[in-house]
Design a binder for this molecule. Structure first.
Ligand code: HEM
Ligand code: SF4
Length: 572
């Protein structure tokens, strides 16, 4: 390998297929941490080493090691769990974690606060219910998402089948996970093609995210992801095939304009039997063409910007040896969840619950974990985590309906009335995320209370408006696709972005920088007033902020940082 590759590339190459010195590091009882190189490798096993940032000052004063613990992200294709799996994860959160379960924006579960000495026991229990955490983080194809919206049952089943097939096909094959965490036998390293036929020794240049959508719901936020499949219905309740999308991604760095979020583009249409080959080819082209020198320029979105969509398509078609047709027409209506009850097959029904920012716990306000445990104990359908950090209790037997409804209501899991809160997401940020520049999950609920008051004053409480917040510009809660996006800049300070499309097809644009709480509320109050007074029939808030001149529309990619209006140029 040449000198020009990044440090992470060297770590991967020297790791013997993701083993590194993890096994030894786990045995070292002197520290709650693991060595630096292993911190990179452990991500491929679905874990991040973190520390409780709330405790940092006190522990520094006492000259103690940081309060280290691990976050484990489970791999759950399409977000579908059996009640037994739900119960197991919930029990692990109580026994080994911080007593909470965190549903994520990519349809999985995160367990926080697991100390090093409990990692193996935790992963064994996860394995015991046929789940694992391999490739939930790291430079590989991550958890494959699938529209959770249960309206289109046959299409949902086909989408889930595709999501699972892609996930299985693109999961790393290295025996390291089983060896290190599950006391599997050490299997001697083999030829690259034998151990990792798709990835090879150095895996991908960066993370790779795949989703499957079922229109008209764009709950998976398909344009935010590296690779996407849009179900094209055949008009008889089945699937005619899939439109393929490529090159979406959220992350950027403040002040570095050559990093930017980007919406995915349409690559073409393929038949169901060809979808897996297309997925594999997209991954291997990115494996070979992606930038391995600069991690900030390594996502597929930059490969496509640099090489062009046509060149990328030609190479994918060549490697997959299948033809892509012109994309078929489709339309999305929203990125949100459809809360409450809906009908399923055979007299069964689904209940979509509201989970504020995906965090489930038992506290003085509500015992949400316990409520869901009660449901899981008598539920014979499944649980579906939505891409909006919510939860669907799916395929509920008719005789359970009333009971589940009351349990959910008592635990405050039914959706609130506020159209803003119903469409809100926040990333984890403090205290666990080492990259957070500002609060997110712990602050957004309070901000929304203040904003709800302003919306009520303008008679807008019931209007669906998408708001998303992250503690840093990496964009884990996809803030650049929100009508109101707030991105942490420093403690208590946020950049405000406006003008994304309600259906998730257009990015927003920077409106104001470094706003504090009062500044955010004042800026938005002013806009809510204008929206209430001037909006056209059916006009969405994001579209309005562009028409009314608050921000310019963002086209794509590089255009994200263009045409940002300075305060003097803005509509006041
Ligand atoms: C360079 C970019 C990124 C880095 C370094 C990064 C890193 C992290 C870290 C450290 C966490 C753990 C936070 C915690 O649980 O304490 C996290 C959470 C998460 N990230 Fe990212 N992230 C990046 C971009 C993204 C993007 C673009 C997405 C999705 C489109 C995403 C999806 C998630 C999800 C789903 C979680 C789980 C928590 C949640 O739902 O908020 N990440 N990320
Ligand atoms: S957006 Fe930033 S602060 Fe939030 S979880 Fe992701 S990396 Fe952490």
């Amino acid at each position: 390998m040449t000198d020009t590759v990044s440090r992470n590339e060297r770590i991967k190459e020297a790791s013997d297929y993701l083993r590194g010195t993890l096994a030894e590091g786990l045995r070292d009882e002197i520290t709650g941490a693991i060595v630096e190189d292993d911190q990179q490798l452990v991500k491929f096993h679905g874990m991040y080493l973190q520390d409780d940032r709330d405790l940092r000052p006190e522990r520094t004063r006492k000259k103690m090691e940081k309060a280290f613990a691990f976050m484990i992200r489970v791999r759950i294709s399409g977000g579908v769990l059996s009640p037994r799996q739900w119960l197991a994860l919930e029990q692990i959160a109580r026994d080994y974690g911080n007593g909470t379960l965190r549903l994520t924006t990519r349809q999985t579960v995160q367990l926080h606060g697991i100390i090093k000495s409990n990692l193996k026991a935790t992963l064994k229990q996860i394995d015991g219910v046929l789940l694992n955490s391999i490739a939930a983080c790291g430079d590989v194809n991550r958890n494959v998402m699938c529209g959770a919206n249960p309206e289109e049952s046959p299409a949902h089943a086909a989408a889930l089948a595709l999501a699972r097939a892609i996930s299985d096909h693109l999961t790393p094959r290295t025996p390291a996970y089983r060896e290190i965490w599950l006391d599997g036998e050490k299997i001697a390293g083999g030829e690259e093609e034998a151990v990792e036929p798709i990835y090879g020794k150095t895996y991908l240049p960066r993370k790779f995210k795949t989703v499957v959508a079922v229109p008209p719901a764009n709950d998976v936020d398909i344009f935010a992801h590296d690779l996407g499949f849009i179900a094209i219905l055949d008009g008889k309740g089945g699937i005619a095939g899939w439109n393929v999308t490529v090159g979406g991604g959220m992350g950027m760095t403040h002040g570095e304009e050559d990093t930017y979020p980007r919406t995915a583009e349409l690559l073409g249409f393929c038949a169901t039997q060809d979808a897996l080959r297309i997925a594999e080819a997209a991954v291997t082209v990115q494996r070979d063409w992606g930038d391995r020198a600069n991690r900030k320029h390594a996502r597929l979105k930059y490969t496509i910007e640099d090489r062009g969509l046509d060149a990328f398509r030609a190479e994918v078609v060549r490697r997959a040896a299948v033809l892509l047709q012109e994309p078929k027409p489709f339309s999305f209506t929203s990125t949100g969840d459809r809360y409450g009850w809906s009908d399923g097959k055979d007299g069964r029904s689904h209940l979509t619950l509201f989970v504020q920012n995906g965090r489930l716990r038992d506290d003085a306000k509500a015992k949400q974990l316990s409520a869901l445990r009660r449901i899981a104990q008598s539920h014979d359908g499944e649980f579906r985590i939505t891409p909006n950090q919510n939860l669907i209790v799916a395929n509920i037997a008719p005789e359970r309906r009333t009971e589940f409804h009351w349990i959910a209501q008592e635990a405050r899991l039914l959706a609130p009335w506020s159209g803003l809160r119903r469409n809100s997401m926040a990333c984890v940020a403090l205290p666990t995320c080492g990259l957070a520049l500002a609060e997110s999950e712990r602050y957004l609920p309070d901000l929304m209370t203040a904003l709800d008051e302003r919306l009520a004053a303008h008679a807008l409480s019931g209007d669906d408006i998408v708001i998303r917040m992250t503690g840093c510009p990496n964009g884990c809660a996809r803030p650049y696709l929100a009508e109101i996006g707030l991105v942490g800049k420093g403690p208590g300070r946020y950049n405000l972005y406006l003008g994304a499309a309600f259906d998730g097809s257009r990015l927003n644009k920077l409106y104001a920088e470094d706003l504090d709480h009062a500044g955010i509320v004042a800026a938005l109050d002013h806009m809510f007033a204008a929206y209430a007074a001037e909006r056209q029939k059916g006009e969405r808030f994001g579209d309005f902020t562009i028409r009314a001149g608050f921000v310019a529309a963002t086209g794509n990619g590089r255009d994200f940082h263009a045409n940002v209006r300075r305060p003097a140029q803005r509509r006041a």
